[in-house]
Write a protein that binds this ligand. Structure first.
Ligand SMILES: [Zn+2]
Length: 470
């Protein structure tokens, strides 16, 4: 893996032109910045569904106007035997690819497949070279994407010091024990759970959800992980007002929800995709009877979002903290996490609202880059997700037989007066799964000559490392 990494690095360095601002503006400082925006699960289907709803079928998202666009080959391998390809990724191994340049196995946070060695992340490299660093997410800050930039652990579920025996509670079924990471415990010489690793980290700004993972006792048992974070120098906050008032100068840890932050949008009356209902006759024979499709619905604001800091607000604050009196520059990762999480729950309006949040954060990032020319802005996804845009009226509708999707279907009324049919059919469990297509990558003009049209996901690490001169 190290060998592959050095090849990827060498290729990226060879392809990179001299570092000149594409805007032609003269830099007032010598600082260099990378702002990496990850839409979790934001494949082309999710982007198109969101574009249709937010901007209309002929409209354009902000990311559509970025001058560099590429396709990213998502790569995953099995843990044992290490190396065999896995064609559908998870957020932990993809974030590890982006954060470390090394392909690993599903569930791993900046650790190697098979050998379980810690992999150096771009945040660690940036810190040791004097750059500031920040992580902003709408998920728990201990969730896989953010975690892989700082923490090293064999299993993403070990988010707090109650390291072992993660249980998937599923009312009506049974509790399913998912195992743990006892070998990563501090008492065994490991780095400890993700929240404890974040509390001990040198990251300058960490904003998102996940307070419950900081409320538990540290492994040593002397107070909570949040108290540990304070002792390590973090100023800790937990609400929007404190976020708006916060001043640069001290490391900042903001935890604005117990777990993931609430979604901004939801379906009418909290509806999600539903199963079409075949008539009794149709259940006897597929050519007979009729099928009732779910009623159409609009998207509406989620009342639970009220008072939650938007991704844009968190990004604003992170940029203020990272840029204040800083001649060196910074690395900032921003994640819109619940494009993915809403798709797992077959909630298309939820995903659309989170793409809107990503767009607002991107607006902030591009405005910052306009004032600070040596700023590389990248937008990408980690992997693709369930949700397909399917015909509202089937191509085969003239056949005198009922035709309907075997999965779950949402029929969304768009603001421009259309109806968009979104289908979820990766499985028949309570949660949909990821899918395995390539993901998009967008860059501002700083990416011209640095981003090739088709690149393996670990090359993102090489591009960012090269840009910052690490
Ligand atoms: Zn993901």
């Amino acid at each position: 893996m190290k060998y592959l990494h050095s090849i990827v690095c060498a290729l990226a360095v060879a392809a990179a032109p001299a570092a000149v601002s594409q805007t032609g503006q003269e830099d007032t400082t010598h600082s260099r910045q990378v702002i990496l925006i990850i839409g979790d699960g934001m494949g082309e289907q999710q982007i198109t569904i969101a574009r249709n709803y937010l901007e209309g079928a002929t409209g354009r998202l902000l990311m559509d106007n970025m001058p560099v666009r590429a396709a990213v080959q998502v790569l995953t391998i099995e843990d044992k035997p290490a190396g065999k390809p896995v064609y559908v990724a998870d957020s932990a191994n993809t974030a590890t690819s982006i954060a470390t340049g090394v392909i690993t196995s599903p569930g791993r946070i900046a650790t190697s497949a098979g050998t379980d060695e810690d992999l150096t992340t771009i945040v660690e490299l940036a810190e040791s070279a004097g750059f500031r660093t920040g992580l902003v997410t709408t998920a728990s800050v201990t969730d896989a994407t953010a975690a892989a930039f700082v923490a090293h652990i064999s299993m993403r579920l070990c988010e707090n010091p109650e390291l072992v025996d993660e249980v998937f509670y599923d009312a009506g079924y049974r509790d399913i024990h998912l195992g743990g990471c006892p070998q990563d415990a501090r008492k065994r010489g490991g780095p400890g759970a993700i929240s404890e690793q974040l509390a001990r980290s040198s990251v300058d700004v960490i904003l998102g959800g996940g307070a419950r993972h900081f409320a538990v006792r540290t492994e040593a048992g002397h107070g909570s992980v949040l108290e540990l974070a304070r002792a390590e120098g973090f100023h800790t906050i937990d609400n929007l007002e404190q976020l708006q008032r916060s001043q640069p100068g001290r490391p900042l840890l903001g935890l604005f929800a117990s777990g993931n932050l609430p979604l901004r949008l939801q379906g009418e009356a909290a509806r999600i995709a539903e199963k079409p209902k075949p008539s009794l006759l149709n259940r006897l024979h597929p050519y007979l009877g009729s099928v009732t499709l779910p009623e159409t619905m609009a998207c509406e604001p989620n009342p639970a979002f009220k008072g939650t800091p938007s991704l844009k607000k968190m990004t604003d604050t992170a940029l203020e903290h990272l840029a204040a009196d800083n001649d060196r520059g910074f690395f900032l990762m921003i994640e819109s996490a619940s494009i993915d999480k809403a798709a797992h729950k077959r909630n298309p309006c939820g995903s659309i609202g989170e793409v809107a949040q990503l767009e607002e954060a991107l607006h902030t990032a591009l405005a910052f880059a306009a004032k600070h020319p040596q700023t590389l802005v990248l937008v990408t996804a980690d992997h693709t997700q369930a949700a397909q845009l399917v015909p509202y009226t089937s191509l085969y509708a003239q056949f005198p037989v009922p035709i309907y999707t075997p999965g779950h279907l949402a029929r969304i009324e768009t603001p421009e007066g259309g109806v968009m049919a979104v289908n979820y059919a990766t499985n028949d469990f309570r949660r949909e799964e990821h899918t395995g297509a390539a993901v998009p990558l967008y860059a501002n003009a700083e990416g011209i000559g640095r981003v090739s049209p088709f690149l393996p996901q670990p090359e993102l690490f090489a591009i960012m490392v090269d840009y910052l001169g690490l």
